[in-house]
Write a protein that binds this ligand. Sequence first.
Ligand code: ARG
Length: 470
Amino acid sequence: MTNQLDKKSQAWSALFSEPMSELVKRYTSSVFFDKRLWQADIAGSLAHAEMLGHQGIISAHDLADIQRGMAQIHSEIESGAFEWKLDLEDVHLNIEARLTQLVGVAGKRLHTGRSRNDQVATDVRLWLRGEIDLIIELLSALQKAMVDAAADHTETILPGFTHLQVAQPVSFAHHLLAYVEMFARDAERMADVRRRTNRLPLGSAALAGTGYPLDRERVARTLGMVDADGVAQVCHNSLDAVSDRDFAMEFTAAASICMVHVSRLSEELILWMSQNFGFIQLADRFTTGSSIMPQKKNPDVPELARGKTGRVVGHLMGLITLMKGQPLAYNKDNQEDKEPLFDTVDTLKDTLRIFAEMMGGITVNASAMQAAARRGYATATDLADYLVKKGLPFRDAHEVVAHAVKTAQGLGLDLADLPLETLQTFNSAVQADVFECLSLQGSLAARNTLGGTAPQRVLAEIARHRNRLD
Ligand code: ARG
C-alpha cells in the first residue's frame, strides 16, 4: 500500500513547487517532543471516528478499519517498534500516515470534519487532564506524610519567627500543618483547573466549525469530557477552542504556586539543617557529601527544589508571553506551548514525589528547637497577656515587658529565670503564677483559638486532615 504522506513528505504537497528545506523541517517539526501525546491522540481519533460512523459520515467498514489500525499503532508505539518520522512534522501526522499505510482509504477518511488545530488542542487537554489527576494524588500523598510527621510533634516546641527573629513558641506539628494547608489549596486549584481543561475543542475544525453533521457532545462523552452531573463539556466557540491555551497558563500558574510553597519549605529545611539551627536531619539518602570537605552533609534535594521553582515560574512567563500577541485563531506559535508544559508537569511530579518521601524521614532534634525558643524571649507576649489579665491595658503591659526583657538581656537570662522579686519590680501585679505563663508549654497551651498552636487544637486539625485525606 502506498502512503501519500510518506511519498510527498508533506501533508499539503500539491500546491508546493519545491520541498521544504531541511533546516525549516527541523525548525518547524515537533514530533520529537509531541510524540508524548500519542495516547491522547489515538483516543481523540477513535472518539472522532466512532462519532463519524454513528452519524453515517463514514461507513461501519471504514470505522472498523480505523479501529483495527489504531489498535496496531497503539501496540507498535508501546513496544517501541513505531518509527517516528521528522518529515511528518508532528505526532498527529505520524499516526495518521501510519494508519493510512496500514488500512488504506479508511485512514484518509479519519480527518473528515477535523483539523490538526482542534486535534492538537484536544490532545493537550486530554493529556493534561490525566497529569492533573496524578498531581492531585501526589499532593495528597505529600499531605499525608506531613500530617503523619506532625502527629509525633504536637508537643515539640520551636521558635516561631517573624522577620526571621524569634517571635513566639509554636509546635513543630503546627509548623508542618501550615504547609499541609498550602498543599491542600494547591490540590483545590488543580481540581479547578481540571474542570476548565476538561472541555472539548474537537469539532471546531480549523477555526470556523465544519459543514459535516458532527455530534460533538457524543465525542465529549466518549472522552469523559463531562461535568460532575455527566453533562458533555464542549468548547462553544470554534475560534476560541482552537487558539486559546489559557488552561495551560492556568495550570502552570497553579504549578508555580505549588512550587513556591515547596520552595519556602525547602528554604526552612535548609536553614533547620544548618549547624546554626541544628533542628533537623534529613535522611542520608536525600543528602550528598562534599568531594573535598569530609564533614559535610548537604541538603541537595531541597536546594534543587528551590532552584527548580525558578524553572517552573519561567515556564509560566514563557506561556503567558507566547499568547500575548496572537491574533485569533490558531497560529503556529502555539506549538511552543508543549515543552514548557511538559517540563512543568515533570518537574512538579518529581518534586512532589521526592518530598512526600523526604518529609516522612526527618529526624527532629527537639532539644535544639526548645533551646532556640528559650533564647529569644519567645514568651514576652505571654507576660504582657498575663498583665492584661491582671487589669493593665495592653499597651502599658507591652511597655512593662519591654523593660523586663531589657533587664533580662543585661543579665543574660530568660524571663522565666528572673526571680519573682525582680519581676515584681516591673509591675506589682506579678504573682508566683507568672511562671506558668512564662514556660514554653504554658505559652503553647494558651493559644487555643481555632487555628492556634495549642496541642489540643493541633490534634483536632490532624484529625480533620486525616479525615479529609482518606
Ligand atoms: N504541531 C502543531 C501544534 O502543536 C499541530 C497543529 C498544526 N496546525 C497547523 N495549522 N499547522 O500546534
